[in-house]
Write a protein of this length. Structure first.
Length: 135
């Protein structure tokens, strides 16, 4: 059984690996250049400016959730750990601190959209960038 804890600097490499693996599965439509830029932004911009919790299983980080206010900036779990309830636990964790949650998801990200809709999020609008804003 795993535990959720605040991210530490030592977790960054594992977080980037989780993001890359899960993102590759959920976003096969993204161009390589975009993925590489986002990977760098994750390290330099996103992680330093979000509240991030990790899900740790046997001292290995296997999932994480990053929050910007009440917006889920990212929720990713290693694909080999999908369907084990880790995403659910991370969502429930942040619900303890935030009454209302929002997230932006690429419209083509059927995995992400299905996950969030399963937990009661609804589509508010689809933005011209191809992102769906759901609450």
């Amino acid at each position: 059984m795993g535990k959720i804890r605040k991210r530490e600097e030592k977790d960054i490499e594992q977080i980037v690996n989780i993001w890359y693996q899960a993102s590759s599965l959920a976003h096969p439509f993204l161009e390589t250049e975009f993925v590489e830029k986002t990977k760098n932004d994750l390290i330099d911009i996103y992680l330093p400016n979000t509240e991030t919790w990790v899900y740790e299983d046997n001292y290995k980080v296997v999932g994480f959730i990053s929050m910007r206010g009440n917006e889920i900036g990212g929720l990713f779990v290693l694909p080999s750990y999908h369907c084990l309830g880790i995403g659910t636990q991370l969502i429930n964790w942040v619900k303890e601190f935030h009454k209302e949650l929002e997230v932006e998801v690429f419209a083509k990200n059927t995995i992400g959209r299905a996950f969030y809709e399963k937990y009661g999020f609804t589509t508010l609008k689809i933005i011209f960038t191809g992102k769906a804003r759901i609450r």
